[in-house]
Write a protein that binds this ligand. Structure first.
Ligand SMILES: [Zn+2]
Length: 204
């Protein structure tokens, strides 16, 4: 209702009307991209750059969750990932408590509402206290995430799952989540993210 009287400005250009305007959405050039990492497929909507980073930060840290649906507006879902269960990767527990919501759960729900053959199951829970991954080296990320998740078994009959996260950086989070799920008998197909941090050529 408030939006009707005081339309929110577009996050990126500041014009009134929508949380993100059509022009800015088109400028982001979101489209489904695919890569492989650690033997799994990664699908992403954008290469990580300043503007998509600003959108993701606004969702996570400012609670502008209404940005999620427009981001998915122009994107398809991978043909080879039909009838899978989406498993959101939880943030560090203290970050999620501070936020009051899980942006990866919201992203998974938005995907499932757009593609009715997808289901969502919150199979993963953050187990230990851990640091925010940003700013950590690859080795520190792996150490930080060792034993980070536990699986809520019995909460679903799903066996084929796809992980949902906001950003794919080194794959350390995905590896930890995958290990937890596979040791509980789930088959992990890959990971869907909003943005992929492109590795420098020398690292490929
Ligand atoms: Zn705009």
């Amino acid at each position: 209702m408030l939006d009707f009287f005081f339309p929110s400005p577009c996050l990126l250009c500041g014009k009134n009307g929508k949380p993100i305007c059509t022009n800015c959405l088109l400028r982001l050039q979101l489209q489904l991209g695919r890569t492989k990492s650690h033997g799994l497929e990664i699908f992403y909507l954008s290469i990580y750059q300043d503007e998509i980073a600003k959108v993701i930060t606004a969702i996570k840290d400012k609670g502008l969750t209404s940005l999620i649906i427009p981001l998915l507006q122009y994107c398809s879902w991978p043909d080879n990932w039909q009838s899978v269960t989406l498993v959101p990767i939880p943030s560090a527990r203290q970050a999620e408590i501070k936020r009051g919501f899980s942006h990866t759960q919201l992203l998974a729900k938005a995907l499932a509402s757009k593609h009715p053959n997808l289901k969502v199951a919150n199979l993963l829970r953050s187990k230990t206290r851990r640091l925010d991954q940003a700013g950590l080296s690859q080795k520190e990320r792996l150490d930080n995430l060792a034993g980070a998740f536990e699986c809520r078994t019995g909460s679903t009959s799903a066996s084929r799952v796809v992980l949902i996260d906001d950003v794919y950086t080194t794959g350390a989070t995905m590896a930890a989540a995958r290990q937890t799920l596979e040791s509980s008998g789930f088959e992990v197909f890959g990971c869907f993210v909003l943005a992929l941090v492109k590795a420098p050529k020398s690292a490929i």
